[in-house]
Design a protein around this ligand. Structure first.
Ligand code: ATP
Length: 365
């Protein structure tokens, strides 16, 4: 089956005597049929991880399991994977049909007729029959990527490995191809490891997402787990747009009440929230997502803020605020309008706040 496991996967590049740890001790288990997205900023080791799974890169340490086999020493063609690249990587002198058939010709003992039937069936499933006799140069980017996907699908592998397959497409096509790809993956039920640097793509496509930074795994979980319960400050800032607001804060505990003191405002924590803290840190970072900041209702005293800039984007309006010396962004309903310089009172709902240890950046709430 297409269960994939990375155990202590490590890849070190030697750049003229300078060692660069591109992937550091990665442990991820990917269920059979799961769509797992590897996401993180440029250079965090996503492609290297995928290339190690594909066998295009030799691992320095650790194990890669596909199904019941440890494949680290196997050639790419013996790993039962099919890879889709950002630049499509189609052979320019071959027609779409020949591109799709090529892998089957060289790595299986299927007859030409059987290969032809499989190519036709896959093309029909993907609605690309009328592209089959064309060469890549005659196809648009989106069509080329469909053919490249078809070439992966026709091989009927245990695992799809996809490296930013949609990033050369324009925004509209990218978004429709996202849905198409997800539907296909669900229909086929093939385990998929998908690399992207785009957190929206990761959130919308992945059954689970694995967030990497500097070659290390920061968190793996469902998109909503990572959004609502980030394990650390990096995940909190990477997932969600606009990004979470952070305020350095001191927490003062006492029997009567627990206060969070920032440079510009104070915040009282209820006992039940204090009980939920996993560590009673003193130096903390208070995090609040822009969409969780509300206008204070008339009967509650809120935090005084000054509007600096507003950005209406339709359904929401991004409101840039100053709270004393601190700046933050709020995402308010689009029907609300504000003027620069306007004084407002905001509410930061306690059930929506995040707290991180200032020293380790780990979440404590
Ligand atoms: P991007 O989103 O920009 O493609 P990435 O997260 O996929 O980035 P990788 O391409 O895996 O990152 O690169 C991780 C690190 O390893 C980077 O610092 C990169 O410069 C380095 N690296 C990648 N390939 C090689 C190589 N063949 N030789 C030396 N260093 C490499």
């Amino acid at each position: 089956m297409g269960h994939v496991e990375l155990a202590e996967l490590t890849k070190v590049f030697d750049n003229d005597g300078n060692e660069l740890v591109a992937v550091n001790d990665l442990n991820i288990e990917i269920e059979d049929g799961e769509f797992l997205v590897l996401v993180g900023p440029s250079g965090c080791g996503k492609s290297t991880t995928l290339r190690c799974v594909a066998g295009l890169e030799r691992t320095t340490r650790g194990e890669i399991w596909i199904g019941d086999e440890e494949v680290s020493d196997k050639k790419p063609k013996n790993r039962d994977i099919a890879m889709v690249f950002q630049n499509y990587a189609l052979y320019p002198h071959m027609s779409a049909r020949e591109n799709m058939a090529f892998g089957l010709k060289i790595s299986t003992d299927l007859s030409p007729d059987e290969i032809s039937t499989r190519v036709d069936n896959t093309a029909e499933m993907m609605g690309i029959q009328d592209l089959l006799e064309k060469k890549p140069g005659e196809l648009s980017g989106g069509q080329q990527q469909r053919v490249a996907l078809g070439r992966a699908i026709v091989r009927d592998p245990e695992v799809f490995l996809m490296d930013e397959p949609l990033s050369n497409l324009d925004a509209k096509l990218r978004s429709s191809m996202r849905t198409e790809l997800q539907d296909l993956q669900q229909e086929l039920g093939v385990t998929t490891v998908y690399v992207t640097h785009d957190q929206v793509e990761a959130m919308t496509m992945g059954d689970r997402i694995a967030i990497l930074n500097h070659g290390e795994l920061c968190q793996v979980g469902t998109p909503l787990e990572c959004y609502h319960h980030p394990d650390n400050r990096f995940v909190a800032s990477f997932i969600g747009s606009p990004s979470m607001n952070f305020f350095d804060a001191e927490i003062q505990y006492s029997d009567v009440r627990t206060e969070i003191l920032t440079d510009s405002f104070e915040y009282t924590l209820s006992e039940s929230t204090v009980d939920r803290l996993t560590d009673r840190v003193t130096n903390a970072v208070l995090g609040i997502r822009p969409e969780d900041i509300r206008l204070a209702s008339d009967d509650v005293s809120g935090i005084q803020a000054t509007v600096t800039v507003t950005e209406p984007i339709g359904e929401r309006t991004y409101v840039y605020l100053e709270i004393g010396d601190l700046s933050c962004t709020a995402s308010m309903p689009g029907n609300l309008t504000f003027k620069p310089g306007e004084e407002i009172e905001i509410d930061i709902p306690e059930e929506r706040i995040h707290l991180f240890d200032q020293e380790t950046d780990e979440a404590v709430l």
